[in-house]
Design a protein around this ligand. Structure first.
Ligand code: HEM
Length: 218
C-alpha cells in the first residue's frame, strides 16, 4: 500500500504553482532541447554484442501540472531520436514522460519504444540531487516492463535502469542498462547505452503558464 495514501483520494489540490519549470525538482535540469554525436550503444546480434556510435537528439517539454486526486505531479514530455553516421534509418526512437511528485520525492519515467514495448520506471530523489536513477522489473505490476509476445519470447526484458548525472557545465550524462534474456538464455545480455547531452535550445514554459501570463494572471 502507498504509505502516504490519504483518506480522501478524490479531492484535488487547489493552491499550487502553475509554473512547471520552477517546480520540476531534480528534473528541471533535463528541460530543453539536447544533442550529442558521441553516444555508444551495445546491442545483441546473432554473432555476439555489437558496439555502435550514435547521434542523439532529445527534446523535453514542460507539461502542465497533473493531478491524480490529491496527488500533484510536474513533468516533461520527451522524444529521443537516435541515428548513426552510416545509416539513414532511425537507430532508436523513444517517447514518454519524466514525472516528479514534490510531496514524496518520487520520480518516474515512462518509456514507449516502437519495438512493441512499454516501461514505467520509478525511483526517489531530492530537488538538488546531482544524480538520479529509476528502475523497472518484468513482472512488477507497478514499476514494470511490458513487451510484445515476440519480444517476450525472443528478447525477454527482465530489468531496466537509467542513471543520470548532472554535470557542472549544464550537460547531463546517462547510462541505461536493459537486461535481455535472449531466447530465455541466462545470464541476461546487458544491452547498454551511454551519452552526454548538451543543450541546444532553452525549454519553453508549459502551456498553462503562457496562458496565465498572457492574461496578466501569473
Ligand atoms: C540509446 C538507447 C538505445 C539504442 C541506441 C538502442 C539500440 C538498439 C539496437 C541497435 C538493437 C538491435 C536491433 C536489431 O538488431 O534488430 C536493440 C535491441 C533491443 N533494444 Fe535497444 N536501444 C536503446 C535503448 C533501449 C531501451 C531503453 C530498451 C528497453 C527498455 C531497449 C530494448 C531493446 C530490445 C528489447 C531489443 C531486442 C530486440 C531486437 O534485437 O530486435 N533498447 N537496441
Amino acid at each position: 500500500m502507498h504509505k502516504t495514501l490519504p483518506e480522501d483520494i478524490f479531492t484535488e489540490p487547489e493552491d499550487f504553482s502553475p509554473d512547471t519549470l520552477a517546480s520540476l525538482g531534480p528534473l528541471r535540469r533535463l528541460a530543453g532541447v539536447w544533442e550529442s554525436a558521441h553516444g555508444t550503444d551495445v546491442n545483441p546480434k546473432a554473432d555476439g554484442p555489437e558496439q555502435r556510435k550514435f547521434i542523439e537528439r532529445v527534446r523535453m517539454d514542460p507539461i502542465d501540472p497533473q493531478t491524480n486526486g490529491p496527488q500533484l505531479l510536474y513533468g516533461l514530455r520527451y522524444h529521443i531520436n537516435i541515428t548513426t553516421p552510416d545509416e539513414d534509418a532511425t537507430f532508436h526512437d523513444q517517447v514518454g514522460y519524466w514525472l516528479w511528485e514534490p510531496a514524496t520525492g518520487v520520480i518516474m519515467q515512462t518509456i514507449a519504444i516502437p519495438r512493441g514495448q512499454v516501461v514505467l520506471a520509478g525511483g526517489k530523489a531530492s530537488a538538488d540531487d546531482k544524480s538520479i536513477f529509476v528502475e523497472a522489473r518484468r513482472g512488477d505490476v507497478r514499476f514494470g516492463i511490458s513487451s510484445s509476445p515476440f519480444l517476450d519470447e525472443a528478447f525477454r526484458t527482465d530489468y531496466y535502469r537509467i542513471d543520470i548525472t548532472f554535470n557542472e557545465d549544464g550537460s547531463w550524462t546517462y547510462l541505461t542498462r536493459t537486461d535481455l534474456a535472449i531466447r530465455g538464455k541466462e545470464p541476461a545480455f546487458n544491452h547498454h547505452d551511454t551519452n552526454t547531452l548538451k543543450r541546444v535550445e532553452a525549454p519553453k514554459p508549459n502551456p498553462l503558464l503562457t496562458i496565465l501570463k498572457g492574461r496578466g494572471e501569473a
